[in-house]
Design a protein around this ligand. Structure first.
Ligand code: TPP
Length: 1023
């Protein structure tokens, strides 16, 4: 019983003083899982009393066998085969069981029973089942008692409760109907365990010892929730086989060398810059060998590119020792006197990204490692990494993720707390979003800034979120580097084998405060008293290896001195750096797209028009079903027919405009990817890019992929119901290549606010912070159409408020002004009123010699508005996107006779023209459409205001005054006219909600708005 006692001693309840837990927050013990599964079989067989071996503890095992038997009767022992046959045939209680055939040799060596009498055979079966159930208990709940906390004061699952069915003392054997006298009995091992190695039967004492070794030491394996037998077996095999944790001398030395680098790097930074924030790794130094092990193993299985995302903790160390960024480049980031060479804000050193190609020393193969730049917003980078990984896989036809993979690092508090983690997990198995498995590594230092995990999460582990996708979770005590290395190897192998996510939970501690300046004793006094006493992991491991004779103390000290010197030399070199180049920290270079010094190759944009022939061709694809034997819905046939008629008459609606833009880019070899909720059909049922056969499930056709023989592929994918995760993903996808049009469409524009972090932290300032351009397009359905406060506004005011064009300085108008102002802006905001202009702005995105995010407010009712059509003439060669569409009617013929110019944007234009006609004001009111809101088309707006010298200038919008465009337009308008003329406002008054929920109120507001716009006396008397 020695082993059992060790376990029991270890698991004695912790006192409040030791744990730092007050009694008030002690968790209620969770009762052991009630046996529930067996009832399923019992309900049509027999009461328990009649078949006593079917007791609660064995029910899981029996059920497992039952299902195996259903699939293959030969897969279970003969006795069970007979039992299940009889039970299934409706044998009465007690009659289903029959003595097994003579056991002969098969039972020799097993516990002896009195032969011949049924009760003893039953006892034998019962005891075997009990043992099997015990084995299963360790597989399911062993991790709860594993020694995961290096400090020995916390329970990684936040609960000191020891599951009742884990054998912590011999009296607990009673739960299984066994007792101490059974410990030396030999039991046959079920096929669901590998603890026997080459043996098929073991003494109970040895069974428990091996289970403890596999499940209750420094590794806690959570996997029994995975509903896949093969995967469970695979994991059991990886952790149960005796003698698994053996490492060669070479492996141990490599591990020590990696620990030295990891530890001494932080020590060096601490010595040199003791008062700088660096979010050091102290307390989790084994993260570096952990990552390197995952990378080595993955490289061995053919991975050539690893894309990583991580938070602040240990980031500099990862850059130095995993990515192998030159140390001087890292050290010079600490020099506050260095001037920045690049434009833009730049970012703090622990947010910057990196891209590096090198030889993996272990495998001797090339590997590209990139660490994505990220904002402070924890976990926000997760979907971005996944999107970039997916894109890289896509562009190298890596359909199974064999060549490109992602690794995501997390803090324990953030992993549990941030919803985007869950959103990202839910993308992991979707065909158009899967990266074929991500290795997640949690730096679980058991604290989040100052917050105790018991106050920070309601789940036992910070990693429970991963269970939703059936990812196995390997908890490991990070003070045991060999155990860490072992689980990382298994994690990488898991990914290579099953192409599914896996989590490594490095249970560690944080030696300093949240940052190096922070005092942790204010809030975690007991924990930090222990931490102060805690020997560093490097020292512990080195002592172990010295004791084992793997290295000598002298060798160890020499290795330390060698690495310290590497750091000192790099530090000396870093002083020669005169200028800080953020572009050296680029995580996604686009080779060949810019000139060698990173500039655009021109400052012009060719015509975005297309030949009539091509327009016709794309139109015909858009109105056809390009495959044989495909039955589409009758309603869709009518839509396609209508498209055909439009093409015949040389005119297009919104959906066709999009078709023309996408189709032509595909033909030019540009990959187009459109993602978002219900984008395949289109929320408003206008798009229909995926046709569904009405008779065959999953038989679909994407006509866009039948454009022409050598076209680029078109991806259109309905996403999960997420904005944050999916927009982040698409942003990442768009980072991988400039030669792709990547679009995300919100179901309604206002839903973008649940992705606000991606917009605020990445899309808007991405280039300024990280010198990284991105051409993502956001399609945001917008417009007040009486649908209520939601579904109405895409919040143009928010996007416009974040534009970097100056509202008070009229720019110098050069010949290339239109393109240059795009180059200078942080993003483009547009609201098109015609299909042709929508077509041009999409094509311009790719024909520009640089990339900028494009925010487009897209229409809803205009999709079917008979006037919202464009002629082929507006899309022919030589045509361009119109930033401003001037008045073209009678008012423009005689501008001096015009009394009022209404400037507007988007769909209200159609309401205004109708009202103007009704009021016979075509000659006295001009209507000018601003199609590109930002960067503000100063040059064209000046031309328009100069044209109508006698007219009142009015900005008209349907949105409320404090929303929409007004606050953005007004100062720029005034700058345009040098404040010499007033700019009037027509629109709804200020309001808290974007729109009324009352249809009648909506119509009255519109009426009032039109009245103010067309009553030429409405501003009379106002200065
Ligand atoms: C979304 C978000 N909310 C709040 C913060 C502020 N913050 C920075 S670090 C931190 C604690 C993070 O704890 P954990 O995830 O456990 O990582 P650790 O710092 O312990 O490595 C917090 C709350 C943040 N950076 N991001």
């Amino acid at each position: 019983m020695h082993r059992l006692r060790t376990c029991a001693a270890r698991l004695r309840p912790l006192t409040a003083a030791r744990t730092g837990r007050g009694t008030s927050i002690q968790r209620t013990p969770v009762p052991a899982a009630a046996p529930r599964t067996f009832r399923h079989i019992r309900c049509y067989t027999a009461p328990v009393a009649a078949e006593p071996f079917l007791n609660g503890t064995s029910s899981n095992y029996v059920e497992e066998m039952y299902y195996a038997w259903l699939e293959d009767p030969k897969s279970v022992h003969k006795s069970w085969d007979i039992f299940f046959r009889n039970a299934n045939a409706g044998a009465p209680p007690g009659m289903a069981y029959q003595s097994p055939p003579p056991v002969g040799e098969t039972l020799s060596g097993l516990s002896q029973v009195q032969t011949g009498t049924q009760p003893n055979v039953e006892k034998l079966v019962e005891d075997h089942l009990a043992v099997q159930s015990l084995i299963r208990t360790y597989q399911i709940r062993g991790h709860h008692v594993a020694q995961l906390d290096p400090l020995g004061i916390m329970d990684a699952d936040l609960d000191s409760y020891v599951p009742t069915d884990i054998i912590t003392s011999s009296d607990k054997l009673g739960l299984y109907g066994l007792d101490e006298s059974d410990l030396d009995r030999v039991f046959r091992l079920p096929t669901t365990t590998y603890i026997g190695g080459s043996e098929t039967a073991l003494a109970l004492r040895e069974i428990i010892r091996r289970l403890e070794a596999a499940y209750c030491q420094h590794i806690g394996v959570e996997f029994m929730f995975i509903n896949n037998q093969e995967q469970c077996q695979w994991i059991r095999q990886k952790f149960e086989k005796p003698g698994l944790m053996q490492f060669t001398l070479e492996e141990k030395r490599t591990l020590l060398a990696r620990m030295i680098r990891s530890t001494r790097f932080e020590d060096f930074l601490q010595r040199k810059w003791s008062s700088e924030k660096r979010f050091g790794l102290e307390g989790c130094e084994s993260l570096i060998p952990a990552l390197k092990t995952i990378i080595d193993k993955s490289s061995q299985s053919g991975v050539e590119s690893v894309i990583m995302g991580m938070p602040h903790r240990g980031r500099l160390n990862v850059l130095a020792n995993v990515i192998r960024k030159e140390l001087e480049q890292i050290f010079c980031q600490f020099d506050s006197k260095l001037e920045a060479a690049d434009e833009g804000s730049g970012d703090v050193k622990y947010h910057l990204g990196m891209y590096h190609r090198r030889i993996n020393r272990v495998t001797d193969r090339n590997i590209t490692l990139s660490l994505m730049a990220n904002p402070s917003h924890l976990e926000a980078v997760d979907p971005v990494v996944q999107g970039k990984t997916k894109a890289e896989q896509f562009y190298c036809s890596d359909t199974e993720g064999n060549r490109v993979m992602s690794i995501l690092l997390h803090g324990d508090a953030a992993f549990a707390g941030q919803g985007v983690v869950y959103e990202t997990f839910h993308l992991s198995d979707l065909p158009s979003y899967t990266t074929h498995g991500t290795v997640h590594v949690v730096v679980n230092n058991q604290i989040g800034f100052t917050t105790d995990p018991r106050m920070a999460r309601s789940s036992p582990y910070p990693t429970d979120v991963a269970r939703v996708v059936n990812a196995p979770i390997f908890h490991v005590n990070a003070d045991d580097p060999e155990a860490v290395m072992y689980v990382c190897n298994v994690a990488a192998e898991w990914r290579a084998t099953f192409h599914k996510d896996v989590v490594v939970d490095l249970v560690c501690y944080r030696r300093n405060g949240h940052n190096e300046m922070d005092e942790p004793m204010f809030t975690q006094p007991l924990m930090y008293k222990q931490i102060k006493k805690q020997k560093g992991v490097l020292q512990k491991y080195a002592e172990k290896l010295i004791a084992e004779g793997v290295v000598s103390r002298k060798e160890y000290e020499e290795d330390i001195a060698t690495y310290d010197k590497i750091c000192e030399d790099a530090h000396a070199r870093s002083k020669d750096e005169k200028i800080l180049h953020i572009k050296h920290w680029l995580d996604s270079p686009w080779p060949g797209f810019f000139t060698l010094d990173g500039q655009p190759k021109s400052m012009s944009c060719p015509s975005t028009g297309l030949s009539e022939e091509l327009l016709r061709h794309i139109g015909s694809v858009a109105s056809s079903v390009p495959v044989e034997n495909f039955t589409i819905h009758g309603g869709l046939s009518r839509i396609l027919k209508a498209r055909c008629a439009m093409v015949e008459s040389r005119s297009i609606d919104w959906a066709l405009a999009e078709y023309m833009a996408f189709g032509s880019l595909l033909k030019e070899g540009i990959h187009v990817r459109l993602s978002g909720q219900d984008v395949e059909r289109g929320t408003f049922s206008h798009r229909h890019h995926v046709l569904h056969d009405q008779n065959v499930d999953k038989k679909i056709c994407i006509p866009m992929n039948y454009m022409c023989p050598k076209q680029a592929p078109y991806t259109v994918c309905n996403s999960s119901l997420s904005e944050y995760g999916v927009l982040g993903f698409e942003l990442g996808f768009a980072m991988a290549s400039p030669n792709a049009l990547v679009l995300w469409e919100a179901q309604f524009g206002d839903f973008h606010n649940t992705a606000q972090c991606i917009i605020d932290q990445f899309i808007c300032p991405g280039q300024a912070k990280w010198v990284r351009q991105n051409g993502i397009v956001l399609l945001l359905p917008h417009g007040l159409e009486g649908m209520g406060p939601e579904h109405s506004s895409a919040r143009p005011e928010r996007f416009l408020q974040m534009c970097n064009d100056d509202s008070d300085a009229f720019p110098k108008i050069t010949e290339d002004f239109a393109v240059r102002q795009l180059y200078d802006c942080n993003w483009i905001v547009a609201n098109c009123s015609t299909p042709a202009n929508f077509f041009h702005v999409l094509r311009r995105q790719i024909l520009l010699p640089f990339r900028k995010p494009l925010i487009i407010f897209t229409p809803k009712s205009l999709l079917r508005h008979p006037e919202a059509r464009s002629s082929f003439d507006d899309m022919l060669p030589g045509t361009h996107f119109s930033r401003v569409i001037p008045e073209q009617g009678p008012a423009a013929q005689n501008p001096t006779g015009v009394k009022r110019v209404l400037f507007c944007t988007g769909k209200v234009y159609y309401e205004f023209t109708r009202e103007r006609k009704n009021r016979n004001l075509d000659e006295s009111v001009a209507i000018v459409r601003v199609e590109q809101l930002s960067p503000f088309p100063y040059d064209l707006m000046k031309a328009e205001t100069d044209k109508y010298t006698q007219a009142e200038l009015v900005w008209c919008q349907e949105e409320h005054k404090n929303q929409g465009y007004y606050d953005y337009i007004k100062p720029r308008f005034l700058t345009t006219v040098s404040s010499a003329r007033p700019v009037r406002y027509v629109g709804r008054g200020p309001a808290a909600a974007p729109a009324t929920g009352n249809k009648k109120a909506h119509l009255m507001e519109l009426e009032r708005l039109l009245e103010t716009a067309f009553n030429l006396d409405s501003f009379k008397g106002q200065s």
